[in-house]
Design a protein around this ligand. Structure first.
Ligand code: KIV
Ligand code: ZN
Length: 513
């Protein structure tokens, strides 16, 4: 058994399945590049057969990523598998991840298939996938709640057909660490050809145990791959969090005795990028990446840390990338410095014209905000409600008036395709008035599920406000994020960004067998 733990990141597939976390192709590409800088071993880039959009995302990531293996999910059928292989065609290293449910509950109620049919389909799918790709992962969905005898037959057949990785999902987050670890150990002991594949853990966080279960799967079960997401992003309570599992194995190397190839200084930048892109903010007390994770408030702790850091700290903040919150550019910075910083941040631009437009926005921001941080640049580049010519809705101008004792009023100019709208409204506050003004022209009928404001960088009221708006319409939930030193403008941008996501059609098949 190897002493290296493979880190399989599924932020762009399982993470993105979280309602409202859907990302555009460019956003996914940017995150994939950050995952590559983080040196994750495998990037699950999407589920190619689920929609044309997902297919294009997987293909784009496969074409750009060189150092990590790029993977696509596929249900256990020939069409999905062929589509995954097609999207992965440009990859330097490709993996097809095929799955079918194996618990009695899922087989009877969801698939309406017998055990024998599922076994046969798993066998045929792995066989077909292996014809198209050397690296094939097989997952029995709801594996942890499956009958162990049946699961052994399915997994043994998958290995015999050439599966190189076997993943045991706790799809509904039902497992308990010791039991999950034992479950995997027993499967490995019972299946005669188990040593021919790498064993993997995939845990959901419904009971808050995803990281603990994954670690037990590694320590007790002998798994050598962990499937996880940045910030634990994922449906319901999320997936196993990459930063926690990696830092647990790193910090407690004495216990796990395993190597991970992760460039840990890229953890915080990755966390921020995912939070800024999806609008899923990180709770302050979240381990490793929360704003308070290394903040010592109590006098006793502060005193101890100043005398000897390891009195109260088990990891160094800079080792996970906490030093990035520094001034990088200012009002006097030139185009070259700006362009270089974009490159250092891994933000790729399509053309010189795009850089010029971004530089103009940067200058505008620097006029209003004396210190520009990396986070400001990331927000500036991701602000699609104003940046992208391809976006349907774009903010052009906003004016608002609020005064004690007066009802606030807003006037908003925005583009909808080629048409320019001028709208006005009053409201309970300037944000309410601005969004009502936009809605008076768009008439989206969308329900506002969430509105939140955060400071992009801490410690100053000069910080840009980052607003997340979550809308629901016709069964779809989308998030829009907008940033600006003026939170009313940020709110309008966020609202238009969410409307853009509703506007772009995106029929997609759910990741279910
Ligand atoms: O949770 C799950 O079962 C999955 C599979 C598709 C691997 O995400
Ligand atoms: Zn999952």
């Amino acid at each position: 058994m190897t002493d290296r733990l493979i880190i399989f990141d599924t932020t762009l597939r399982d993470g993105e399945q979280s309602p409202g976390a859907s990302m555009t192709r460019d956003e996914k590409l940017r995150i994939a590049r950050q995952l590559e800088r983080l040196r994750v071993d495998v990037i699950e880039a999407g589920f190619a057969a689920s929609s044309n959009g997902d297919f294009e995302c997987v293909k784009a990531i496969a074409a750009h990523i060189r150092d990590s293996t790029v993977c696509s999910l596929a249900r256990a059928n020939d069409r999905d598998i062929a589509r995954a292989a097609e999207a992965l065609q440009p990859a330097a290293r490709a993996r097809i991840h095929t799955f079918i449910a194996t618990s009695d509950l899922h087989m009877e109620k969801k698939l309406r298939m017998t055990r024998e049919q599922v076994l046969e389909q798993a066998r045929l799918s792995v066989r077909f996938a292996r014809k198209l790709c050397d690296d094939v992962e097989f997952s029995p969905e709801d594996g942890y709640r499956s009958d162990p005898d049946f699961l052994c037959r399915v997994l043994e057949a998958a290995i015999a057909e050439g599966a190189t990785t076997l993943n045991i999902p706790d799809t509904v987050g039902y497992a308990i660490p010791e039991l999950y670890g034992n479950f995997i150990r027993d499967l490995r002991e019972r299946i005669p050809n188990s040593d021919k594949a790498v064993w993997s853990v995939h845990c959901h966080n419904d009971l808050g145990l995803a990281v603990a279960n994954s670690l037990a799967g590694v320590k007790i079960g002998g798994a050598r791959q962990v499937e996880c997401t940045i910030n634990g992003l994922g449906e319901r309570a999320g997936n196993c969090s990459l930063e926690e599992v990696v830092m647990a194995v790193r910090t407690r190397r004495d216990y796990f005795g395993l190597e991970v190839g992760i460039e840990t200084a890229q953890i915080v930048p990755a966390s921020r990028m995912v939070a800024q892109t999806t609008g899923f903010v990180v709770q302050p007390n979240k381990a490793v990446v929360g704003a308070n994770a290394f903040a010592h408030a109590s006098g006793i702790h502060q005193d101890g840390v100043l005398k000897a850091r390891d009195t109260y700290e088990i990891m160094r903040a800079e080792d996970v990338g906490w030093s990035t919150n520094r001034i990088v550019l200012g009002k006097l910075s030139g185009r070259n410095a700006f362009k270089q910083r974009l490159q250092e941040l891994g933000i790729e631009t399509d053309s010189e014209a795009e850089i010029n437009a971004a530089f103009a926005r940067f200058k505008d921001l620097a006029d209003r905000k004396s210190e520009i941080f990396d986070e400001d640049i990331i927000a500036l580049m991701g602000d699609e409600s104003v940046t992208s010519e391809h976006e349907h809705y774009r903010l052009l101008a906003l004016a608002q008036r609020s005064e004690t004792g007066e009802r606030p009023h807003a006037t908003v100019a925005f583009a909808a395709g080629a048409v320019e709208h001028h709208a006005e409204s009053d409201g309970n506050g300037p944000v309410d008035a601005s969004l009502k003004a936009i809605e008076s022209k768009v008439n989206s009928g969308a329900e506002l599920l969430l509105y939140s404001v955060n400071a992009i960088t801490s410690g100053s009221t000069e910080s840009q406000g980052e607003v997340t708006v979550r809308l629901q319409h016709g069964g779809r939930v989308v998030n829009g994020v907008g940033a600006d030193p003026d939170i009313v403008v940020a709110s309008a941008k966020a609202y238009l960004a969410a409307l853009n996501k509703l506007h772009s059609s995106g029929e997609r098949v759910a990741a279910q067998g």
